[in-house]
Design a protein around this ligand. Structure first.
Ligand SMILES: *Cc1c(COP(=O)(O)O)cnc(C)c1O
Length: 417
C-alpha cells in the first residue's frame, strides 16, 4: 500500500504554529469510510455491532464520532467504561472485556447495562458478590489451539485470556442456574492478523460451539463476539485486508452452520486497530542530528508518544513532509530524546536528506499510539487533533502541562516549579 499523507506541509506548519509539535492528527473522513465499510460487510447480520476497542484510541471525540455511526465500545477498565458513558453510550452498545477486574469496574458495567464478558470461571462469584449477576453475560473462550497462531498474541496455550472449553460449558450451566437470560460467546485468537480468512475461521469455530452449547445445555447464544485482531498494512509492501470479502465469507459460514439449525446470532466485532490505526498520524519536528558510529535524526517526539517501535520493534512508515519525491539517499536511525537506547522510531531507515525543523509524519499511529503514552523522563504526553473533510482541525485533547504532572504530587499550592 502506497503511504500518502492526507494533509500538506503548509497545513502541518500552520498546526505546528498553533499547537506546537509533536501532536497526533486523525482523519475523520477516512475513519468514517472504514466504519461504513465494516458495517456494509456485516449488513446482512441483523444485530451486527462494531464495539470499538477503546484502548486503541481512548479519546471521547473519537468515541463520540464512532458512536454517532452506530458503533459501541469494548472496555477493559472502569476508565474506559467512563469514557464510553461520557461519549453517550450505554446498554448493549458496551462490552466489558476485562481481566483481574475490580468490584467497582463490575458495578459500573452493570449500572451501565453493559455486556459483561467474563474472562474466567472464578469471575462468576466475583461478579455476583460485586454487582449481582446481570440478565446478560458473555464468556470469553480460549480454544487452546487455532489455525492462527501468528501475530503479537502468539500461541493460545500461552495466552492468559479466556476459559478452556470444558470450563466454558460448566460456566454456562452455572449461569443458567443463576437465571441469566441472555448469553454471549467471545473469542479473540489473534492480533494484527493480515489474513482475510481469520474471521471466517474464527466464525466457523464459534458457530460450531454455539450449536454444541444448544445441544448440550439448551442454551441459545444470542451474541457471538469475534473480538478485534484484524491487521493493517504498516509496510508499503503489505496489502490491506478486504473487509467486504471477509464479511461475505463469514456469511457463507453463518449460512452453512447456523441457518440450517434455525439459529440466529448477533455478530459483534471489537476492532480497534483496523478502524483508526491507518487514519492517525504522529506529526513531529526534527530537532537534532548526530554523526557518530551511525547517523541519527532526532525528533521532538519520543517513545512516550508512540511506544510500538520500542516495545515490539514495530515498523511505522515515515514521510518527510514536502520531500515526498526527493531521493531517499541517507540511511539513519530516527530517535527520540529518552534516556533509553530503544527510543528509536526507525533503525537504518532510508530517508531523503533531512534538515533541522523538517516535519516528519509517522504513519499508522491512530491505534495503540497516543493511548500507550507514558511520562518517563517527565515527558509530557502530546495532544490530538481531529481533521474534518475540509482539512480543518479541532483540538480534541490538549498536550499535557507541568500542572498536569504536578497535580498528583504531594506538594502544596505554594510549591514553585
Ligand atoms: C485489544 C483488544 C481488541 C482490539 O484489538 P485490535 O488489534 O486493536 O483490533 C479487542 N478486544 C479485546 C478483548 C482486546 O483485548
Amino acid at each position: 500500500m502506497n503511504k500518502t499523507v492526507p494533509f500538506t506541509l503548509e497545513q502541518a506548519q500552520a498546526w505546528r504554529d498553533r499547537f506546537g509539535t509533536p501532536f497526533y492528527v486523525y482523519d475523520e473522513s477516512a475513519i468514517r469510510k472504514t466504519v461504513s465499510d465494516v458495517q456494509k460487510a456485516f449488513s446482512w447480520n441483523k444485530g451486527f455491532c462494531e464495539c470499538f476497542a477503546v484502548k486503541a484510541t481512548p479519546t471521547p471525540a473519537i468515541i463520540r464520532l464512532l458512536a454517532s455511526m452506530g458503533c459501541g465500545t469494548d472496555c477493559a477498565s472502569i476508565s474506559e467504561l467512563a469514557i464510553s458513558k461520557a461519549s453517550g453510550l450505554s446498554g448493549r452498545r458496551i462490552v466489558l472485556t476485562s481481566n483481574e477486574t475490580s468490584d467497582d469496574t463490575y458495578r459500573s458495567a452493570v449500572e451501565l447495562g453493559a455486556i459483561v464478558n467474563l474472562d474466567d470461571i472464578t469471575q462468576i462469584d466475583v461478579l455476583e458478590k460485586a454487582a449481582g449477576i446481570p440478565d446478560t453475560v458473555c464468556l470469553r473462550v480460549n480454544p487452546g489451539s487455532f489455525s492462527f497462531t501468528s501475530g503479537i498474541m502468539g500461541n493460545l496455550q500461552d495466552s492468559k485470556f479466556g476459559l478452556t472449553k470444558d470450563q466454558l460449558f460448566e460456566a454456562y450451566s452455572i449461569l443458567k442456574k443463576k437465571n441469566v437470560k441472555h448469553f454471549g460467546l467471545h473469542c479473540m485468537a489473534a492480533s494484527c492478523c493480515m489474513d482475510g480468512t481469520y474471521y471466517p475461521l474464527l466464525a466457523e469455530m464459534l458457530f460450531n460451539l454455539v450449536v454444541e452449547i444448544k445441544e448440550k445445555l439448551g442454551i441459545q447464544i444470542e451474541i457471538v463476539d469475534f473480538g478485534g485482531g484484524v491487521g493493517i498494512p504498516y509496510r508499503e509492501t503489505e496489502k490491506a485486508v478486504d473487509i467486504l470479502s471477509v464479511g461475505a465469507k463469514v456469511k457463507e459460514v453463518y449460512d452453512s452452520i447456523l441457518v440450517p439449525q434455525g439459529m440466529e446470532v448477533a455478530i459483534y466485532t471489537e476492532m480497534g486497530r483496523f478502524i483508526t490505526g491507518p487514519h492517525g498520524y504522529l506529526v513531529t519536528s526534527v530537532r537534532g542530528f548526530k554523526h557518530i558510529y551511525k547517523e541519527y535524526v532526532g525528533l521532538d517526539a519520543t517513545a512516550c508518544d508512540l511506544i510500538r517501535p520500542a516495545m515490539y520493534g514495530a515498523y511505522h512508515h515515515i514521510t518527510v513532509l514536502g520531500k515526498e519525491n526527493a531521493p531517499k539517499d541517507t540511511t539513519v536511525d530516527v530517535v527520540g530524546g529518552l534516556c533509553e537506547n530503544n527510543d528509536k522510531f526507525a533503525i537504518d531507515r532510508a530517508l531523503p536528506n533531512v534538515d533541522y525543523g523538517d516535519i516528519l509524519v509517522i504513519h499508522d499511529a491512530g491505534a495503540h499510539g497516543r493511548s500507550m503514552g507514558y511520562n518517563y523522563n517527565g515527558m509530557l504526553r502530546c495532544g490530538e487533533l481531529l481533521m474534518d473533510g475540509k482539512g480543518e482541525v479541532k483540538l480534541i485533547r490538549r498536550s499535557e502541562s507541568l500542572d498536569d504532572l504536578f497535580s498528583t504530587f504531594d506538594v502544596d499550592s505554594e510549591f514553585n516549579y
